[in-house]
Design a protein around this ligand. Sequence first.
Ligand SMILES: CC(C)(COP(=O)(O)OP(=O)(O)OC[C@H]1O[C@@H](n2cnc3c(N)ncnc32)[C@H](O)[C@@H]1OP(=O)(O)O)[C@@H](O)C(=O)NCCC(=O)NCCS
Length: 147
Amino acid sequence: MLRPLQKSDLPAVMAIENAVHIAPWTEDAFKTCFQSGYTGWVMEAEQQILGFIIVSMTEVECHILNLCVMQSHQRQGLGRQLLQYALTEAKQRKIGIAYLEVRRSNAGAIALYQTLGFRLVGERKRYYPGVPENEDALVFARSLSSC
Ligand SMILES: CC(C)(COP(=O)(O)OP(=O)(O)OC[C@H]1O[C@@H](n2cnc3c(N)ncnc32)[C@H](O)[C@@H]1OP(=O)(O)O)[C@@H](O)C(=O)NCCC(=O)NCCS
C-alpha cells in the first residue's frame, strides 16, 4: 500500500535510509523536509515501511530529493512504483518537469530513472561530499507531459 509520509514514520524511514545509503540523510534533514512542506509517500506492507520517496514541488517543477527501498525488498518494483506515483501526482498538479541528482556510481538508480524516461541533462562536479574525494552528481530530467 502506498500512502503519504507522516512525521511518525521518521524512525522507520531513517532505519531504511541508514541501511542503504552511502551517505544517509540526518534526522535534521528529514525534519527540514517536514518543516518545508515537502511531499513524501511510503510503501507499506503489513504495517512495515518498505520504502519511501520525498519530493519538492513548485508550480513548475518536481525535484526528486530521496528515493529509498529496504535492501531485502529491492528489485521487486517498489522503487519504480514510488517514483511513478510521485510523477503522476506532479502531473496532476500541472507541473511540467521532474528532475533529480544521482551519484555517478549509482548504476542501479540510474537504470531505474532511465526506464522511467529520465534523460541525462547535466552534471554537478564534486556535488556529494566524500572521503577521500567528492563524487559528481548526474542530473536527470523528464517532461511530465507523457507520464
Ligand atoms: C535505487 C532504488 C530506489 C531502486 O529501487 P528498487 O525497488 O530496487 O527498484 P525496482 O525494483 O523498482 O527497479 C525497477 C527497474 O530499475 C532498474 N534497476 C533497479 N535497480 C537496479 C540495479 N541495482 N541494477 C540494475 N538495474 C536496476 C531495473 O531496470 C529494474 O527493472 P527490473 O528489475 O525489471 O530489471 C534502490 O536500489 C535503493 O533504495 N537504493 C539505495 C538508495 C538509492 O540509491 N536511492 C537513489 C538515489 S537517491
